[in-house]
Write a protein that binds this ligand. Structure first.
Ligand code: ME8
Length: 645
């Protein structure tokens, strides 16, 4: 059986997943399903990129260790893929032990070959990109990606002799027109290789500057450059460099990679030269797509325009969302995301064209043939036209999907769908029924049902659940098998007269309601479930030893006043029976008039580390009890300083 191996980039864990990440991953899932449909043993890899400066900085910002931090975001990616029903075979993390082994084997192999050397280098280092830039590559002295001023760093490092492979790579790209596609990106990489411009690649970072990485096998004072480490994931995941486990490499390599244009250079230049240097087969092709923009602007957290794919899939339906992504982006170019575009695409293509076709044909069939599949009589030219239109569209669709031209493939497939709707109008089954022409009526419906079945199967890679539903509505269970597509194309009849088919379809609802309204509902729902989560967390069990760590003391409030710089905070002095009263800052201003609290007995957590709140030190926490909008202070009649145990 032939094999196919599709990969997504492994995503950085310094930020949460968004529409862009979901897009590439949905495309990879579609391709995996597409090749499975063609009878191929298809495999999909995704994962997370977890080493490097960027990650360490993000972890520090959240007061976490790098490992703790990467575990959290990597799990978020996994959870999103589960919600989006992504059928990946493997989720790789660059902190996996097997990956580390593989990277070290790759480094050692290239080192032993003499293609890695030690040298001194000074360059403009962008921490966002985790790479050095040459003077020429900077734009007005700034990093072209991040528009920030890079830091000039000079240090001793290991270098990969990438320049040695410049001519080879150029020739390889010229000899293999589909190696990097679409063509504009192939040309971009060729332009990068024009002249004698390729420099050697710095592939190490001294541990004195960065420890969070994979140690070089030939120098323990250095870790591997994050891009060298990350790119190797595509082969480490298949067990390359790991003697016990490399059979998948033999079986599935070379890969078909999916990336957006932001990471063209590492994939178009670093990666093939690394493979060449290690005497490994070069990947099959690099498929490069553009950006999803929001109102012509790149998504960014600071602009607050990051699209949440989970919300879109939940609200519009996962399959409708997938269809929109594949249909509205011409692979390679940027596309514009907006809920208006999404609604208009769903309403026109899915509700009006495809959904309507299914609804009307199924309900007519129920009415005229009691849900049984009618027989096919003699075919007219109009009937033949439907069969041939579907056949042509199917063949084009299959070819265009192989070329990752999803939008064009789907556009073509919608031609017979629209034609079938027109055919219903022109054949007017209701008139045939009235005239008592049941044989012709049966043929018309059977032509429609058979061709709807073909469309339903072809759509499985794009809209898996809806495709299965459509097939089941036509009385047929979906099972993948090696000859599925051959059978589908070579034969006009797939349904049987004893099949019982559904009377109604209801596949794709129309969207009229302003999305904002629904969003508010979702936020409310989330808040509710967060509250529920809080309750669950509150009632989670802890060890007795953990409880014993708390030093809870009884005290009396001596003074209480508004915090000078914060409306929500009150400043207290509380007598805990110690030498001096404690100053405690508490966020309860909204619930109490401070003067009423003077003299009240309270319970205080007395062993929290002191913390500054709006410039004033807080030396403990006053305990409160909360129910809905109501808050009261915990109290005890015991003398000040009594320990609660
Ligand atoms: O670059 N539109 O990870 P990353 C479309 N760790 N796709 C988008 C997008 C957008 N607006 N934004 C992001 C890295 N993407 C490295 C990769 S691979 C060995 C290492 C998608 O988290 C797109 O696939 O920055 C892009 O290439 C990728 O996310 C970048 O992910």
């Amino acid at each position: 059986m032939s094999t196919y191996y599709v990969t997504t980039p492994i995503y950085y864990v310094n930020a949460r997943p968004h529409l862009g990440h979901a897009y590439t991953t949905i495309i990879a899932d579609t391709l995996k399903r597409f090749y499975s449909l063609l009878g191929t043993d298809a495999r999909m890899l995704t994962g997370t990129d977890e080493h490097g400066d960027k990650i360490v900085k993000a972890a520090i910002k959240e007061n976490k260790s790098p490992k703790e931090f990467v575990d959290g975001i990597s799990a978020e990616y996994k959870a999103l893929w589960q919600d989006l029903k992504i059928d990946y075979d493997q989720f790789i993390r660059t902190t996996d032990e097997n990956h580390k082994k593989s990277v070290q084997a790759l480094l050692q192999k290239i080192y032993d070959k003499g293609d890695i050397y030690f040298g001194e280098y000074g360059g403009h280092y962008c921490f966002g990109c985790e790479r050095f830039y040459t003077e020429k590559e900077l734009e007005d002295g700034l990093c072209p990606q991040h528009k920030t001023k890079p830091e000039y760093i000079s240090e001793k490092n290991y270098f990969f002799k990438m320049s040695k492979y410049q001519d080879w790579l150029k020739q390889y790209i010229l000899d293999n027109p589909d190696f990097i596609r679409p063509e504009r990106y192939r040309n971009e990489v060729l332009a990068m290789l024009e002249g004698n411009v390729l420099e050697d690649l710095c592939i190490s970072r001294p541990k004195s500057r960065l420890e969070w990485g994979i140690e070089l096998p030939f120098d323990k004072d250095y870790v591997c450059y994050v891009w060298f480490d990350a790119l190797a994931n595509y082969i480490s995941a298949l067990g390359w460099g790991n003697e016990d486990n490399s059979q998948n490499f033999e079986k599935y390599w070379p890969a078909s990679h999916l990336v957006a244009k932001d990471i063209l250079k590492p994939h178009g230049i670093f990666w093939p030269t690394m493979l060449k240097a290690a005497d490994l087969p070069i990947y099959q092709n690099l498929n490069v797509h553009g950006y999803w923009l929001v109102k012509d602007t790149k998504m960014s957290k600071s602009l607050g325009n990051v699209v949440d794919p989970r919300f879109a899939a939940e609200y519009f339906g996962l399959d409708a969302f997938r269809y929109f992504l594949l249909r509205d982006m011409h692979f390679g170019s940027d596309a514009s995301y907006s809920e208006e575009n999404l609604i208009s695409r769903i309403n026109s293509d899915l509700a009006n064209d495809l959904g309507n076709l299914f609804s009307r044909v199924l309900s007519m069939n129920a009415k005229y043939f009691a849900k049984k599949v009618p027989s096919l009589g003699t075919l007219t030219a109009d009937d033949e036209n439907i069969f041939s239109c579907v056949q042509n569209a199917a063949q084009n669709y299959l070819q265009l999907f192989k070329e990752v031209r999803f939008s064009q493939g789907l556009d073509g497939l919608w031609e017979p769908i629209r034609l079938m709707n027109k055919y219903v109008d022109s054949q007017a089954p209701w008139t045939l029924y009235k005239e008592g022409n049941i044989e012709r009526l049966g043929t018309v419906l059977r032509v429609l049902l058979e061709n709807m079945y073909k469309i339903a199967v072809l759509l499985w890679p794009v809209m898996p659940d809806s495709s299965i539903k459509m097939q089941e509505q036509l009385g047929k269970k979906f099972t993948l098998h090696a000859k599925l597509i051959d059978d589908l194309l070579n034969c006009n009849v797939h349904l049987r007269t004893d099949f019982e088919i559904s009377e109604a379809s209801n596949l794709f609802p129309r969207f009229e309601k302003p999305v904002e309204e629904k969003k508010e509902e979702k936020v409310k729902k989330e808040k509710k479930s967060e509250n529920k989560k809080d309750i669950v967390q509150e009632t989670q069990l802890i060890e007795f030893a953990d409880f014993q760590k708390l030093d809870l003391r009884v005290g009396t409030i001596l003074t209480a006043e508004q915090h000078p710089d914060a409306d929500k905070l009150l400043k207290f002095e509380v007598d805990l029976g110690e030498e001096k009263p404690r100053q405690i800052i508490s966020g309860i201003a909204k619930f109490f008039n401070p003067t009423e609290l003077i003299g009240q007995k309270v319970v205080v957590v007395a062993n929290l580390p002191p913390r500054k709140l709006r410039g004033l030190e807080s030396q403990g926490m006053i305990l409160t009890a909360e129910k809905g909008e109501h808050l009261s202070l915990l109290s005890s009649v015991a003398p000040n300083g009594s320990k609660i145990a």
